[in-house]
Design a protein around this ligand. Sequence first.
Ligand SMILES: [Fe+2]
Length: 131
Amino acid sequence: MNFISWREDYSVKNEVIDNQHKKLFALINDLYEAFVTKSDNLGVERIINELSDYTENHFKEEEKLFAFYNYAEAEEHIKEHKIFINTIQEITEKYKENPKSFSTRITSFLQKWLINHILETDKKYISMFPE
Ligand SMILES: [Fe+2]
């Protein structure tokens, strides 16, 4: 199911990071699918947990690159990561308390946040990579 699709213009000119972004897109698609098909609630919880873990690791990888390349806008960027990690944790907790609180509003939020973050914030660090 393609609720959210990666496109070439989302590329940050780094294959490792692009592949991690593609994996995040796939997890958001899986989450959407598990929710709308209501196959089983455990599916939704498992994917939320995976999305949360994968996102944290992905952000760490980006932040390692910022340190390595001494990226000037790292601080602002890392702030965005922290806010998003908190939001995902809140979504996870709310889901565990009450699975009925979950809706496509949440998958839409995740979709919009990720695309917007890639286009507006991640793309800025392309300049830190050597030519
Ligand atoms: Fe980022």
